[in-house]
Design a protein around this ligand. Structure first.
Ligand SMILES: NC(=O)c1ccc[n+]([C@@H]2O[C@H](COP(=O)([O-])OP(=O)(O)OC[C@H]3O[C@@H](n4cnc5c(N)ncnc54)[C@H](O)[C@@H]3O)[C@@H](O)[C@H]2O)c1
Ligand SMILES: [Zn+2]
Ligand SMILES: [Zn+2]
Length: 350
């Protein structure tokens, strides 16, 4: 076990320059907790920063700790914190908004212009032994929910919000485009919400195989067939046109195909991040009155995601296909870049 004064952290200086360094020991403010981080899942955005030093919108300009899918054990609590105690196991909601602007007051805090999100430059992330966070953005885990599951609540929460934005519910015919971690948790969430059928697409047969193992009712391999042909396969797999679409790859042809397959009045939640601009079939959107809803992370969804896991309606365990220690972070990022498995998990403390 690491000594308690140790705050080893995975700090990205620039593209491909990840260093393990000691950071200052955090002290909690009155409404904060300091958390001994145990598990951190690697997300596509972390891999982008590590590989390229940037994502589409954000550039790493000064050293930054990576990681935002995290869970750990409360070490110390601030003087005004009443709902958490040292020893509590918690999942961390990584985006903290200003709380004061009209958007925050309306409850849409994910799109607060001043939101600070772990490992989005210049905000430090959670790949660190000891991490400070506002206590009200930490969720106590029941004893039977593991710390790995706690870390996986972050991508699950994206799926919960995505399903809300796509209007998934009882009897929905759901199309999930892309079978990466986000597509798979969207599939699991749609099933938990009593969707009638869920069809998943991908360009990778192995990812579709994984989705089938996770309960997809049908899959469609994106294999170079025409948009019309692929849309027809989706409709056949669902027993009718999709009423709810979770776009989880961001590729323009995928979006176009999904809109072509969609039922009249279907909703498409745009989760995937692809090219900044794309051509969409506007006549189709108008004629079918389709709704396209952007998805930026999530708001007010962590408790719902935790409930899905705690009640056993969603099982996240099988998603973790590779595990590394904090000291092996570089190899973990390389494995993620190579597209190995589904979710790669880093153990900061066992
Ligand atoms: N909006 C948000 O708040 C939010 C949050 C998290 C992730 N994301 C985005 O969601 C997307 C999915 O995340 P992930 O971690 O699962 O990524 P991922 O890259 O692991 O998965 C994407 C999957 O899409 C597949 N794909 C590529 N082209 C396709 C096509 N034309 N049709 C169907 N499938 C195709 C890939 O083979 C891959 O399996 C990413 O773009 C990510 O940036 C958005
Ligand atoms: Zn993420
Ligand atoms: Zn705000």
């Amino acid at each position: 076990m690491a000594p308690s004064r140790d705050n080893l952290s995975a700090v990205l200086h620039k593209a491909r320059d990840l260093r393990l360094e000691q950071k200052e020991l955090p002290e909690p403010g009155p409404q904060d907790v300091v958390i001994r981080i145990h598990k951190v899942g690697i997300c596509g955005s972390d891999v982008y920063y590590w590989h390229r030093g940037r994502t589409a919108r954000f550039v790493v300009q000064s050293p930054m700790v990576l990681g935002h899918e995290a869970a750990g054990v409360v070490e110390t609590v601030g003087s005004q914190v009443t709902h958490l105690r040292p020893g509590d196991r918690v999942a961390i909601e990584p985006g903290v908004p200003c709380r004061l602007c009209p958007i925050c007051k309306a409850g849409r805090y994910n799109v607060c212009p001043a939101v600070q999100f772990c490992a989005t430059p210049p905000v430090d992330g959670t790949l660190t032994r000891l991490y400070r966070h506002p206590a009200d953005f930490c969720y106590k885990l029941p004893d039977h929910v593991s710390l790995e599951e706690g870390a996986l609540l972050e991508p699950l929460t994206v799926a919960v919000y995505g399903c809300q934005r796509a209007g998934v519910g009882l009897g929905s015919r759901v199309l999930v485009c892309g079978a990466g971690p986000i597509g798979v948790v969207s599939l699991l969430t749609a099933r938990a919400l009593a969707a009638a059928r869920v069809c998943v697409t991908d360009i990778s047969p192995s990812r579709l195989e994984f989705a089938t193992g996770q309960g997809a009712d049908g899959t469609v391999l994106i294999d170079g067939a025409s948009e019309e042909e692929l849309a027809g396969r989706v409709v056949a797999a669902l027993g009718g046109p999709p009423t709810a679409i979770l776009e989880c790859c961001g590729a323009a042809p995928s979006v176009r195909m999904a809109l072509q397959a969609a039922a009249p009045r279907a909703k498409l939640a745009f989760v995937g991040r692809g090219p900044p601009d794309m051509d969409l079939p506007m006549v189709t959107i108008t004629a079918k009155e389709l709704e396209i809803n952007g998805v930026f992370r999530y708001a007010n969804c962590y408790p719902l995601a935790l409930d899905l896991v705690a009640s056993g309606r969603v099982q996240l365990g099988p998603l973790v296909t590779h595990r590394f220690t904090l000291e092996e972070s570089e190899s973990a990022f390389q494995a993620a870049l190579d597209g190995r498995g589904i979710k790669i998990m880093i153990s900061v403390h066992d």
